[in-house]
Structures are given as C-alpha cells and as structure tokens.
Design a protein around this ligand. Structure first.
Ligand code: FES
Ligand SMILES: [Fe+2]
Length: 370
C-alpha cells in the first residue's frame, strides 16, 4: 500500500543556480545526458492505430517517424535516408501506403525500416540493400502511451519504469482516447514547467479558481524522490470535479473508487511527462525543450470511449478549466525565466511545500553529474 505524506525540505535547500536555466552548454549537456538516454513520452498508441499510420516526433536535433508496421508493431524509425541522409517525411502525421519513399532519389523503405528498393544501385559494386535499413530507436508502450529511447543500449523500459508499472491500473488508462489536444509555445526552460507543476504553494495567488476546488495545502505524496514524483490533492467538496462548473457529469474511470473519487493525482515523470489523474478523465502534458529558454507543451485530455460516445459529451467544462490554469502557470513560468536570467538572481530558499522541487533538482543534478 502506498503511504502518502506531506513534503518538507532539508535545511538550506535552495533553487538551482542560474546557469541551469540560461546556459546553452548545459542545454546541450542535457540533450546527451537526459534526452538521448531516457525513455521519453512521444504520444498515444491511437495516433498510429493501424498499419501505415504514423506521426513525427522531434527530440533535440533528431526527428523520428513513429509508425505501425504491417505486423501491427510500432517502431521509431529515424527520419534520415540511408542514401544521403535526407529527412524524408515532412508531414507531421498521416498514413503510408505500405512503404516510405525518400523524395530525393526515391530510395524506398518498408514500414519495418528495411530498404525495399534503391533506384539504379544495381550497378554499384558491393551494394547490399540489407545493409541500409533505417536506423531505429527503442520503443515501449505503457497504459496506451508511447515512449522512445535514443540510447544505443537503453535501460529496459520495465526496469526504468518499475515503480510506475501497474500503479495506475485502476484508471484503465490504456482504454482511454484523446478527446482534446492543445499545444502551447512557452518562453521558458523545461525545468521551470516541471517545477511549477510540482507545487501548489502558488495556487491561491495564481489559480483562484483551482484553489476553490482543492485546498493548496492538501497535497500528500507517495513518490518523494527519484525520477517519479507526486501524489494527490483532495477536492474540497466530495464528488466534485476539477472543471469550470466543479460538477461531475461522467462516471468514474475503471475501478476508481473510495477516496480516489475525491482526489486528483499528479505525477511528474522524469524528464518531461506530467500525468494528472482525475476520477473521470486523465490529463497529460508532454514538454518538448526547443532551446534553453523555449519549450513546447502538448496537453491532452483522455476520456473513456463510452463517455465520449454519449450525446451530452462535452470536453469544455474540464478543458476550459485546465486551459485557463495552464495559461496561468505558463505566465508565471515565463516570468520566472525572465527573472532567473537577470544579473540579480541568486538561488532562493525553498518552502516546505516545495519538497518535490528540491527532490527534482537533486535527481536532475545526479543525472547531469553521472
Ligand atoms: S537522399 Fe534519400 S534517396 Fe537520396
Ligand atoms: Fe499552477
């Protein structure tokens, strides 16, 4: 049984030094030490549901094609032609008709990445098609989410995610479908977004509407250190929901019951996934760091297909609430970026309610120093 407690910080706990938010060198180091090594959320299985369906994803300098093969398997193929390296596919998502053709000289690949045809290469001595498949990254799925890992020898997903596997089984997240997606372009470092997500010290000031639904000091956490951090907050009114109206319109997900009906669970999954579990829907944020001071956040709301099929189904009550809350958060994240970049910034002391931020920083630095 998970034990949930309040966070605290040790004596002397301070925020990160400025360079972690402003240095291009550190951003480059993060690309190698974090983003090229860790399992990263890229999307939902339904985004490539049938053979040939694909979507593109960018990780730093790398662009990959997440595609479902004729064999039903998902693969992460580097979008890099083995002839002269050209990026082959430009359209963000779609469906291949059985193969992937490079637009430059028409080398053509099967959906499993093997080279099917290379025009006029027959006369080239020693040319062997078998030696030029598209390069692949490791891919794993969990609860309907797709993760990829660019490392040569990645830590197995089941090992890396062991503390989370099965943890949210009661929500039946794999069955859920994306009802809405909103993309945000933020002028701030990716870590400020994770840190902001990990405390509600700011809630009474930044989110008056959210504070009416869940008291800012109701947070209790069961994952208190390491790559996964979070816990729950308690709804002020039993049976209410995180939405504009605060009303519950839809049945709870899966086997969600008891105390879970009056809680919202929030988990920061290192490095760039934020998973929020409501009784009747799930919200997920994926952060894509574009530069040391710029990040794209994709927010998706997942509902049960039976709920989505109801004639009265309407995402706006929940989505409008979180879209407003997201924008309030992004605004303070951008203000933080501005201030942290100033010559006046020095690390400031963390409050006890910022225990998860202290732990995030600690884990992040251990990975960077690895
Ligand atoms: S670069 Fe792709 S076929 Fe030439
Ligand atoms: Fe917030």
């Amino acid at each position: 049984m998970a034990v949930f407690t309040k966070t605290s910080v040790p004596r002397g706990a301070h925020t990160l030094p400025q360079a972690y938010y402003t240095s291009r060198d550190i951003f480059e180091q993060e690309q190698e030490r974090i983003f090229a090594r860790r399992w990263l959320l890229v999307g939902r299985e339904e985004q490539a549901a049938s053979a040939g369906e694909y979507f593109l994803t960018t990780i730093g300098r790398d662009n990959l094609i997440i595609v479902r093969g004729q064999d039903g398997r998902l693969r992460a193929l580097y979008n890099v032609c083995r002839h002269r390296g050209t990026r082959m596919c430009e359209q963000a998502s779609g469906k291949f008709l059985g193969s992937i053709m490079c637009p430059y000289h028409a080398w053509t690949y099967n959906l499993d990445g093997t080279l099917l045809a290379a025009r006029n290469m027959d006369g080239v001595p020693d040319f062997d098609k078998a030696r030029y498949p598209l390069r692949q990254a490791a891919l794993a799925t969990w609860e309907g989410f797709i993760f990829i890992n660019l490392a040569e020898r990645p830590e197995p997903f089941e090992v890396a995610f062991a503390p989370l596997l099965g943890r949210f089984a009661r929500w039946h997240i794999a069955q859920l479908r994306v009802a809405r997606t909103i993309e945000y372009d933020l002028r701030c470092n990716w870590k400020l977004i994770v840190q902001n997500y990990s405390e509600c010290y700011h809630c009474p000031l930044v989110h008056p509407a959210l504070d009416k639904l869940t008291p800012y000091d109701s947070g209790r956490n069961d994952l208190l250190e390491g790559p996964f951090l979070g816990g729950y907050m308690t709804l002020r009114v039993s049976g209410s929901r995180m939405s504009m109206s605060g009303k519950a319109y839809y049945p709870p997900l899966g086997e969600v019951a008891g105390d879970e009906l009056d809680r919202v669970y929030y988990y920061a999954i290192f490095p760039t996934m934020l998973l929020s579990l409501e009784p009747d829907y799930v919200m997920v944020h994926r952060i894509e760091p574009l530069a040391v001071d710029r990040s794209i956040v994709t927010c998706q709301w997942l509902f049960h297909p039976d709920t989505m099929a109801r004639p009265d189904f309407d995402t706006s009550d929940a989505v409008d609430f979180w879209d407003m809350t997201n924008r309030q958060d992004w605004h303070v994240c951008e203000l933080s970026q501005e201030g942290v970049a100033s010559r006046a910034y020095t690390p400031g002391p963390y409050a006890n309610q910022e225990g998860l931020l202290y732990q995030f920083d600690r884990y992040y630095r251990s990975v960077m120093d690895d």
